[in-house]
Design a protein around this ligand. Structure first.
Ligand code: GLN
Length: 534
């Protein structure tokens, strides 16, 4: 078993997740099987209950795991399908330890952080690593070295180094910040030195230092870091600001990180060729676009772009396919409510993404109406699908008070409601419908054209859905449900007749979008936006 730990120092938000993902991508391109684990040192069991404003979007996996958005980066960069066990949180670890204690499994011993909590952490990491069948597993340690919460995880990582063999089976990558100060623009390595010292005080000597800096590191800074942190100079890697996150693997490749790792860990690449040509082409189409469209994203978390990360990535993938830059205008739904024409003026498309709760939903309805009435391409996802359905119900069917029971439990027209006995698989036992489900797509539909298959698997995260009692009436006015669950009872895709592009899905196509394989619905919106702009 071979593990690469990626830690972070100095400050958070250094792009550790992108560094980890990029290393994985490079190893993968040499035919090495990789997998990835994210450790989140918070006490939540999972990200399902976390506010997107604080932590960015909740990413959903095939198995219904509601996880940290970094798992989305791993899936996109390394083309993986991960499971919930690949996100280890303090909450999950402590829960197992306490449950074991209650079952008497510790045989009367005093239960302590070392060894009981650390053993549970090691057990989780090694189990996932073994079950993944990967040659090497990248383990990203969330948080910053020095945080109280991260201590048990760093200690476990140190022990795994001892257990598995520090020589070739466990490698530590430490990412830090190199600020540039003063009028001469000197790179400051002191914070890095301190952070590495802190790591060493916990018994971990890093093998590779990744220096995040606005500029490429100068040879002086590089050798200074190498000397103070006691690593070879070619193990000091520079990650300057990139035009796109997808450029980072190419940048790391130029510094031969993967070769260093392969050599140091005695990995056996299937090929000496590094096949990055697909990736190079993909990045070239992102950074050198020859056209541009602007799409308004109407939501209530628009002040934090990370709340919609997978949508932004899906647009990047779809845009790259057309060498088109997709500019996103974040539109607060309250602003759209007061002035739809002003807030949405000049956009070539509108997306209403997922969300929970009542706040902002009337503005989303206004956005859907504006797009529908003005022939502007529209995509609704999850909540956006429900919003589009409500809008059509109100304005086309004339059921003025139609809404979701999520917003008004006493509405006379509950066109969106909680259906029957949906059983979800959340840890909380709530009835959220989560994870991958099959969607059947009808003959002759736009959805079939976009997907090219009549049965697809997409990820879900919702509680409410279209009330079957309204289906016939909605279809009679042209809102066709061209995607349905396999049993036919759940509405999954809607498309509006007589509009250039007005589509919505109950599932989240953004979570399956990959470089080179964009979400078909995002592609549909981008293509329609391109036609609209012409
Ligand atoms: N709030 C809606 C529901 O629970 C939509 C959920 C979502 O957009 N993820 O069904």
């Amino acid at each position: 078993m071979k593990l690469i730990f990626v830690s972070g120092g100095v400050i958070s938000g250094l792009g550790k997740g992108i560094t980890a993902s990029s290393i994985g991508r490079l190893l993968e391109s040499r035919g090495i099987r990789v997998s990835a684990i994210k450790i989140d040192p918070y006490l939540n069991i999972d990200a399902g209950t976390m506010n997107p404003y604080e932590h960015g979007e909740v990413y959903v996996l095939d198995d219904g795991g509601e996880v940290d958005l970094d798992l989305g980066n791993y899936e996109r960069f390394m083309d993986l399908h991960l499971t919930r066990d690949h996100n280890i949180t303090t909450g999950k670890v402590y829960r197992s330890v306490i449950e074991n204690e209650r079952r008497g499994e510790y045989l009367g011993k005093t239960v302590q952080i070392i060894p009981h909590v650390t053993d549970e952490i090691k057990r989780r990491i090694t189990t996932v690593a073994r079950e993944s069948g990967a040659d090497v597993v990248i383990v990203e340690l969330g948080g910053t070295v020095g945080d109280m919460e991260s201590m048990p995880f760093l200690e476990s990582a140190r022990q795994l180094g001892r257990d598995l063999g520090r020589e070739e089976n466990v490698l530590f990558v430490h990412t830090t910040l190199i600020p540039i100060m003063g009028s001469v623009g000197e790179e400051k390595t002191k914070p890095t030195q301190h952070s590495v010292r802190e790591l060493m005080s916990m018994g971990i000597r890093p093998d590779i230092i990744v220096g995040r800096c606005s500029e490429p590191l100068s040879p002086t800074a590089r050798s200074k870091i190498a000397m103070f942190c006691d690593v070879p100079e070619d193990a000091v890697i520079s990650t300057p600001d990139a035009r796109s996150i997808y450029e980072v693997p190419l940048n790391l490749e130029r510094q031969e990180v993967a070769d260093y790792i392969i050599d140091r860990m005695r990995l056996r690449p299937l090929t000496s060729r590094r096949d990055m040509s697909f990736w190079e082409g993909f990045v070239d189409r992102i950074v050198n676009p020859d056209r541009e469209v602007e799409i308004a994203l109407v939501g209530k978390y628009t002040a934090l772009a990370d709340s919609y990360l997978s949508h932004l990535e899906a647009f990047t993938h779809a845009g790259a396919a057309r060498r088109c830059r997709v500019r996103i205008r974040f539109a607060d739904s309250d602003d759209v409510l007061t002035d739809p024409a002003g807030t949405l003026s000049g956009v070539h498309g509108v997306i209403v993404p997922g969300g929970f709760g009542t706040r902002g939903t009337e503005g989303m309805v206004a956005a859907a109406r504006y797009a529908r009435e003005n022939g502007i391409p529209f995509l609704g996802v999850c909540l956006g699908f429900q919003i589009a359905t409500i809008e059509i119900c109100r304005d086309v069917l004339g059921l003025e008070d139609a809404t979701s029971t999520e917003f008004d439990p006493d509405t006379p027209d509950p066109v969106i409601c909680i259906m029957g006995e949906q059983k979800g698989i959340t840890d909380m036992g709530a009835t959220m419908r989560l994870g991958a489900q099959t969607v059947s797509i009808s003959e002759g539909s736009m959805a079939l054209e976009l997907y090219g298959e009549d049965s697809v698997s997409e990820r879900h995260r919702h509680r409410y859905e279209v009330n079957p009692e309204y289906i016939d009436r909605l279809e009679s006015v042209g809102w066709h449900f061209t995607g349905r669950s396999e049993c036919g009872t759940r509405m999954e895709i809607g498309e509006l007749e007589g509009h250039p592009f007005f589509m919505a899905s109950q599932f989240h196509p953004e979570f399956r979008s990959r470089p080179g394989r964009p979400s078909p619905l995002h592609q549909g919106l981008v293509d329609a936006a391109l036609r609209h702009s012409e």
